[in-house]
Design a protein around this ligand. Structure first.
Ligand SMILES: O=P(O)(O)OC[C@H]1O[C@](O)(CO)[C@@H](O)[C@@H]1O
Length: 437
C-alpha cells in the first residue's frame, strides 16, 4: 500500500522560508527558555542524580604554580563541575565544538556547529540551541565515554516519576482500551477518534516544562477538551485509516511517561483492528529534551505496566510485549531525531525509509517545530502548504508550547490573543493536522 516513491518530490518547502526563531528575541518564550529554563533543567540534572566524586588525573589539576595540590584539588566532582560550567555559559557564553570524540555523532555535530563559532547561545537558532544544550548535558555526564556513566540516562528519575504519577489514569483507560481492541475490526470509528485525542493530550505531560513532581497532568476529559483543538482534522484522518488494511504506519514518538502510554494505546488499536500490519516507532537514540522516549523506555514502560496490580493493565502489557516479539511493532532509532536539523534536511536513507510508510504520526511540540523549521510562518499559512516536502502522508498531534503555529484562522488568533495571552506556550491548546501529500 506504500505510496509511490516520493523521493522525486521536492525535498524542500515550496513556499519562501521566513526567518528562524532566535533566542535573542528579548521577551520571547525562546529567550526565556535559553536564559532561564535550560539552566534550571541542568541544575535539576545535578539535583536528581548522585554523581560521585571523581579523582582527576594530576596533570589536569590547575594548581598554583609550583605548589602541591591540596586534597580538595585532587577530589573533584567532575560531572557536577561540567554541568555547572554549562549553567554558567547560558546564555552569553560562546557555543563550542563538542569534546567527547568517542561519540557516534561527534563529526555531524561539529559540522552543525561550524557556522556558529563565536556566537553566544542567544545568537543561534532557538531549536539549535535546545538540541545542542541536551547534547552538552550528555557530554557533561560522560554519556558516550567508556566508564561508569556510559549510557546513563540523566533524566531517568524524571521519566520514572512521570509514569508513576499517571498510574490512576492508566488504570482508568486500560479496561476501555481492552474492550475496544477485543472488538477488532468491528470497533467503532469513534474509538479511533478518542484515541487520537488521548494521544494529543498526552503531549501535555512534557517534563521539560512541567517536572514530574509538579503533579499528574494525565487525567483529562476528552470531550470537554475538544474545544481546545484549534485545527482538528480527526474526521479526515479516521476516514483515511478506515480504508487501511495491513498498512505500514510510522509513529515519530515524543515523550516517555503518560504520553507514551497514550501513543501505545493508539498503536494497539491500529494493530488489533488490522488497519496496520506493522507499526514502526521512531525513537531517540539517546536522552534529550528531558522526557523524550528511547527504545529502552518502551521496554521499561511495558515492564512497569506488566507489574501493575490491575489485571487490565497487565493484559495490555502482555499484548504490547507480544507485538514486539512478533515483529508487528518495530522499535527504531536514528541520530537524525536528536539532531538540530529541520525535517526537510532529513538524510536520504531515512527519507527513503519513511517514504515506504502509508501514514506517519508525528507527536509533540519539538517535532512540530522541526516540521516548520522553527520559523516565523504567519500563523494563517496552511499547514499542508508548508509540509509539501514530507515523504509520506502525515498527521501532526501537538499541544502548543512554542511561539509558532500554522493552519489557524485570523479570527481565532485574535480571540486567543484577547482571551488567553499565553495560548501559544501554556500547553492548553492543541492541533491535529493532516497532510495527505
Ligand atoms: O515534548 P514536546 O511536546 O516536544 O515539547 C518540548 C518542547 O516544549 C518546549 O519545552 C517549549 O517549547 C521546548 O523546549 C520544546 O520544544
Amino acid at each position: 500500500m506504500a505510496q509511490e516513491n516520493s523521493l522525486s518530490q521536492s525535498r524542500f518547502p515550496k513556499l519562501p522560508l521566513p526567518p528562524q526563531i532566535m533566542g535573542s528575541e528579548i521577551g520571547s518564550f525562546a529567550y526565556n527558555t535559553v536564559a532561564h529554563r535550560l539552566p534550571d533543567i541542568a541544575q535539576r540534572v545535578i539535583d536528581d542524580n548522585k554523581f560521585p566524586l571523581a579523582i582527576k588525573p594530576l596533570q589536569n589539576i590547575k594548581s598554583r604554580a609550583g605548589e602541591t595540590p591540596t586534597p580538595q584539588e585532587f577530589l573533584e566532582n567532575s560531572i557536577v563541575e561540567n554541568l555547572q560550567t554549562l549553567i554558567q555559559e547560558l546564555p552569553y557564553g560562546k557555543v563550542r565544538f563538542l569534546k567527547d570524540i568517542e561519540a557516534p555523532d561527534i563529526a555531524a555535530w561539529n559540522n552543525y556547529l561550524e557556522p556558529y563559532q563565536g556566537n553566544n547561545w542567544l545568537d543561534i537558532p532557538w531549536y539549535f540551541a535546545e538540541a545542542y544544550f541536551y547534547r552538552r548535558i550528555l557530554e557533561a555526564t560522560n554519556y558516550f565515554i567508556p566508564g561508569d556513566w556510559q549510557g546513563f540516562d540523566p533524566f531517568e528519575n524524571q521519566k520514572r516519576l512521570g509514569i508513576l504519577t499517571s498510574s490512576k489514569s492508566i488504570q482508568a483507560l486500560s479496561p476501555l482500551l481492552n474492550k475496544w481492541v477485543n472488538s477488532g475490526q468491528d470497533s467503532h470509528p469513534d474509538n479511533l477518534i478518542a484515541l487520537l485525542y488521548i494521544s494529543l493530550w498526552g503531549n501535555r505531560a512534557d517534563l521539560s516544562l512541567w517536572p514530574a513532581e509538579s503533579g499528574d497532568r494525565s487525567s483529562i476529559d476528552i470531550h470537554q477538551q475538544k474545544a481546545y483543538v484549534l485545527a482538528d482534522n480527526t474526521d479526515a484522518i479516521a476516514n483515511q485509516i478506515s480504508r487501511f488494511k495491513d498498512a505500514r504506519i510510522d509513529f515519530i514518538i515524543d515523550n516517555a511517561g503518560f504520553e507514551l502510554f497514550g501513543d501505545l494505546c493508539l498503536v494497539d488499536f491500529l494493530l488489533a483492528t488490522n488497519a496496520a500490519k506493522t507499526i514502526y516507532l521512531q525513537l531517540k537514540a539517546h536522552p534529550t529534551f528531558v522526557s523524550d522516549a528511547m527504545i529502552k523506555d518502551i521496554h521499561q514502560t511495558i515492564e512497569f505496566l506488566g507489574k501493575d496490580s490491575d489485571t487490565q493493565v497487565q493484559m495490555l502489557a502482555s499484548r504490547w510485549r507480544w507485538y514486539i516479539e512478533s515483529d508487528r511493532l518495530r522499535l527504531c532509532h536514528d541520530l537524525f531525531w536528536t539532531s538540530p536539523l529541520a525535517f526537510w534536511e532529513m538524510p536520504d536513507a531515512l527519507r527513503q525509509e519513511l517514504s515506504e510508510s502509508d501514514l506517519i504520526l508525528i507527536k509533540g511540540d519539538a517535532n512540530y517545530r522541526r516540521l516548520l523549521g522553527d520559523r516565523h510562518w504567519p500563523f494563517t499559512t496552511r499547514f499542508e502548504d508548508i509540509v509539501t516536502y514530507f515523504p509520506a502522508p502525515m498527521v501532526a498531534l501537538r499541544t502548543l508550547k512554542a511561539e509558532l503555529a500554522s493552519g489557524l484562522q485570523l479570527e481565532q488568533i485574535e480571540t486567543l490573543n484577547r482571551e488567553d495571552p499565553q495560548w501559544l506556550t501554556n500547553g492548553r491548546w492543541g492541533v491535529i493536522q493532516f497532510a495527505n501529500s
